[in-house]
Structure formats: structure tokens, C-alpha cells
Design a protein around this ligand. Structure first.
Ligand SMILES: [Zn+2]
Length: 468
């Protein structure tokens, strides 16, 4: 399929997160046991960051109720096409991990402290999984909906004592010779935004990279040359806000579209390729108890699963690993007489809570806020509820207290208001210590066990490819 077609095709179906009928799709994917035991040439490692089981469940339920078809992820289960298990994600410093320790456990095969990237307790920098595969001649790439320098992609590639050194991480990727980086994070490459004023784009360009910054440029990029693409200052927009805004739709590629381009770019590599795909904002939405952000970014990730599995089914030399790095906020549907109708309200959602709360002004009235919520969510809230939200904005100069810093915005208050109309509840606004979902498709998937420790995934990937 020509790349341009994918963008056209992708976005039509992406509106509802589905390809051809999922069950029919799943049936063509069956593969004989023998091929599962073959050596893998490529690995596509997919992470929906901060996806609790409830998030996976609600995404599938939403698609079933709206379109009569389950999610691509769970249809792989329904059709018994993957090996599946649970994974213990604890880090060296806590039974509840953060994303950098989680990614490092897979990245270097050891547990490190939360906030650290592939550095052990003695301060030794450890060789990462993508470095090992590059040393073996494979091409390496990372695709994400958050900055390409963020914890999860960085955890497969480089070492750093702190995940927050994103400007340095941008430099380390260049030294490492990453073959492909697509996602957000312009501010870590752009001389006008970097604290050291260095022009990282120029450095990448001088090193032979193609630099792209929007959908059109991405679709014009050519395989065979390293590629750096940044499509947002920090993270990419939430998919719900993206698909209801023509300008964003025209300029920012979806996670599935970036996945297709990445595979296209890397598949020609003689020694094979390794590619990480991250749905990074599932985690951000969970931290904000933002059900619109969470559900639709999980659906965007589910779309990328179809792209990866479709490729692997044809290629037959690609191991696809699908997982999350930790639970977050553990959302779920609450028993009640209206739960079905309430959950179906999500179909009317047009905008995320992030969009709603970032757009409210201290000068707005309760009526303005009621109208805004009606436009964004499709239901009415009371004047008292609107007053409660407005209370967070008034009496302070809008910018003064960093009002629009997400930590200060009334995400929890809005989630509470929505709970009565969606039946979705949350246990907190932070990571949880649940054992997490992991599934594998393709050669090497027979190595997977029903319960594994996070660090085992490092050796499993090497073994699946017969490396080391
Ligand atoms: Zn995470």
C-alpha cells in the first residue's frame, strides 16, 4: 500500500479505530506453531504507557457497543493468536514503578531506581537493548505520542542518571546513531527552546538525517536515510482533540500512521530492525483522570497494533510484543442501573478534559462553562458544578499561579462531575503496582511464560533473535 494511501485510508478508519471486520482480520493471522519457534529477524515492541486493565477493558467495550467489534488487542486473545501473561514491573526502589525504571528493566535487564535510565546502584551505565541490536547490525527506531526523548523510548536506547535530562538525551541518540525517531519534543531539539541554544536539528541534518515536522513532510520522507520527526513542542495532541480538529488532523500524524512509516523505513534493513512504539499519553490522561483522553488514546494505540500485526503476519520474521509498563489510576466501570447508558455517553465526547480546562478563563461565567462542557461532552452540568470548576480560576491572575500548569487545574473535580454521567471511577491520579498485561505474536513468542519478571524480557528479546 503506498504511504499516501495509508494516510487517507488510515484516517477514515482511524475515526473509529477499526480495520476490516476485526474477527475476519484476526482469522487470517493464524500462524503454524513451527513459525513461532523460528528465529525472529525483527522486533516491534509496543507499550501503552500506564494502561491499567480497566483501560484495556473499556476500550474493547466501547468498540463493541459502538461498532459491534472488539479491539484489535483483545481480538488477538479471542482468536488465540498470541501467548499472553502477566508481568511484575517493580523497580529497584519501589513496588510501584515509574516509566523510566520500567523501560530500563526491559532496556538493560536489571531493575534500577525510579527516575533513572539504565544506570545501576553503583552508577555504572548499562548497555541497552537497542544498542546491543545495533551492535549486531540491526536498525533501531522509536515512535511515540510524547517527546521522543521521554522515559520509555530513552529506556531502550541510552543511559542517564535522570529521566529529566531530555536535552542531553537528544544528544545521546545522535551519538548512538538511532535510525528513526518519530514523536513529540521539538523543544529538546530547537535552538530557540533549548537551554544551551544548540541547534540539534542542524546536528542531525549534518549527520545525514531527514528532518520532518508535519504529516506532509513525513509522507514525503524516503527510506534508507535516518529520520527524525517531531510533530509537537512537547507531546502530540490527545487523539480525541486531534480527530475533532481539522488543522491538527492535517498537520499531525496519528500513532498508527507513524508506525506504518517507521516499519516502511526500517524493513529494508538486511540484518533486520527493532522498533519501539509507545502510546505515551494514555499515562498522562490517567494521571489527570481524563476519560476522553484515556479512552481515545488507547484506541489510537489499538490502531497501531493492527498496523504492526498486519506487517508481522505477512513478514513472518517479526516478533510483536504488546504490553504496558504499569497501571495508572486503575479506572473502571461502576455498578449501577444506568451504567450502560452512562458508558455510551462517551460516544458523544468531542474534547478531552485537558482541552476543556486549558480553555476556561477566569473571566468566564458559569453559563460559559456549562456550554463548554455541553459542547465537549454532550451533557448538561448544574450551575453549582460549573461554579465549583470556575472557583479554581477566579481570584487569581490567570497566569500568576501557573494556573494552566496541569497540576493546578481542576482535573479531579471535573472527573468527579463526569463520573455521574459516565459511571467511570478512578482509584487515584497516579501509578499503581498491578502486575501488567503482556502478549506476544510471531517467532519467539513461544519463549513467553504466563508470569514473568520485567527484567526477563531483556534476555527473551535477545534469545528470540539469537543474539548474545
Ligand atoms: Zn509509564
Amino acid at each position: 500500500m503506498k504511504r499516501r494511501d495509508f494516510f487517507k485510508y488510515g484516517s477514515l478508519l482511524s475515526l473509529f479505530g477499526l480495520g476490516s471486520s476485526s474477527s475476519a482480520w484476526a482469522l487470517d493471522l493464524a500462524e503454524p506453531l513451527a513459525s513461532k519457534k523460528k528465529r525472529a529477524k525483527n522486533i516491534i515492541f509496543m507499550v501503552s504507557d500506564g494502561m491499567s486493565t480497566g483501560t484495556l477493558n473499556m476500550a474493547d467495550l466501547y468498540l463493541q457497543r459502538q461498532f459491534g467489534q472488539g479491539s484489535n488487542w483483545l481480538n488477538l486473545y479471542r482468536n488465540n493468536l498470541v501467548t499472553r501473561g502477566l508481568m511484575d514491573m517493580a523497580s529497584a526502589s519501589s513496588i510501584v514503578t515509574d516509566s523510566s525504571a520500567a523501560s530500563s528493566s526491559w532496556g538493560c535487564g536489571q531493575r534500577v531506581k525510579n527516575g533513572v535510565l539504565n544506570v545501576d546502584a553503583n552508577g555504572n551505565e548499562l548497555t541497552t537493548i537497542w544498542q546491543k541490536f545495533k551492535n549486531g547490525g540491526k536498525k533501531a527506531g522509536c515512535v511515540t505520542s510524547v517527546p521522543v526523548t521521554h522515559a520509555t523510548p530513552a529506556g531502550f536506547c541510552i543511559s542517564a542518571t535522570s529521566r529529566n535530562t531530555q536535552e542531553e538525551i537528544a544528544q545521546k541518540y545522535l551519538v548512538m546513531g538511532m535510525d528513526l525517531l518519530l514523536g513529540g519534543g521539538d523543544k529538546f531539539f530547537n535552538p530557540e527552546k533549548r537551554s544551551d541554544k544548540q541547534d540539534m536539528y542542524k546536528k542531525y541534518h549534518n549527520a545525514g538525517y531527514q528532518i520532518v515536522k508535519n504529516r506532509t513532510e513525513l509522507s514525503g520522507s524516503v527510506s534508507g536515510k535516518p529520520l527524525l520527526g517531531t510533530f509537537g513542542d512537547d507531546a502530540l495532541p490527545y487523539w480525541l482533540d486531534h480527530k475533532t480538529d481539522t488543522e491538527l488532523e492535517n498537520s499531525v500524524p496519528t500513532l498508527a500512521a507513524m508506525t506504518a512509516v517507521a516499519i516502511d523505513h526500517l524493513k529494508g534493513s538486511k540484518e533486520g530492525f527493532v522498533l519501539q512504539i509507545e502510546g505515551g499519553k494514555v499515562d498522562w490522561a490517567a494521571h489527570a483522570n481524563d476519560i476522553g483522553g484515556l479512552l481515545f488514546d488507547q484506541l489510537a494505540f489499538d490502531e497501531a497494533i493492527k498496523v504492526a500485526i498486519d506487517f508481522a503476519a505477512k513478514d513472518k520474521e517479526t516478533l510483536v510484543i504488546i504490553c504496558t509498563d504499569h497501571g495508572n489510576a486503575n479506572p473502571g466501570l461502576i455498578y449501577g442501573s444506568q451504567v450502560n447508558e452512562n458508558f455510551d455517553n462517551l460516544h458523544k465526547f468531542q474534547k478531552t478534559n485537558d482541552w476543556i480546562l486549558q480553555s476556561i478563563l477566569p473571566t468566564h461565567t458559569t453559563a460559559d462553562i456549562q456550554q463548554r462542557i455541553f459542547n465537549a461532552n454532550g451533557f448538561e452540568i448544574s450551575t453549582e458544578e460549573a461554579q465549583k470548576l470556575l472557583g479554581f480560576y477566579t481570584g487569581l491572575q490567570a497566569e500568576e499561579a501557573g494556573l494552566y500548569n496541569y497540576k493546578n487545574l481542576p482535573f479531579s473535580a471535573l472527573a468527579d462531575i463526569q463520573k455521574k454521567r459516565t459511571s467511570v471511577g478512578w482509584i487515584s491520579m497516579n501509578h499503581s503496582g498491578d502486575f501488567v498485561e503482556i502478549a506476544m505474536y510471531g517467532p519467539g513468542s513461544h519463549l513467553h511464560k504466563p508470569f514473568i519478571k520485567n527484567t526477563e524480557l531483556h534476555t527473551l528479546m535477545l534469545k528470540a533473535c539469537g543474539v548474545g
